[in-house]
Design a protein around this ligand. Structure first.
Ligand SMILES: [Zn+2]
Length: 117
């Protein structure tokens, strides 16, 4: 074959051109590593997916499209669950704070209720 970079004739099985060093794109070294769909999720990326839900959703979708079904699903699930938690927890918390504030603001009225009897 001929080098795509410099045009010199090189061995058909060469990984790189002996004349200019450019990669030929041939040979096992340049082929994509086989993807294991059952590869477990990376703990660091799981933590990141929980801290930054958008990261988990985007990265999970990318990994799934790359064939890493199990890991991608884990990141996606963590991202979505975390996003729900980021939305739901403040709503629930603010509801309870509101409830507590209401009860506390009514406490001074309790003696008045009894004194009027
Ligand atoms: Zn070359």
């Amino acid at each position: 074959m001929f080098c795509r970079n410099c045009g010199s004739q090189i061995d058909d099985n060469a990984y790189i051109c002996v004349h200019c060093g450019a990669a030929t794109g041939q040979g096992a070294y340049f082929q994509k590593a086989p993807v294991d769909p059952d590869e477990p999720a990376n703990g660091g990326f799981v933590a990141l997916s929980i801290l930054i839900p958008m990261f988990g959703i985007i990265y999970g979708a990318v990994e799934k499209s790359n064939g890493k079904l199990r890991a991608g699903k884990s990141y996606l699930t963590c991202g979505i669950a975390s996003m729900i938690a980021w939305v739901v927890i403040p709503i629930v918390l603010s509801f309870f704070i509101f409830l507590l504030a209401t009860v506390l603001s009514l406490l001074p009225l309790i003696p008045l209720m009894f004194s009027s009897m």
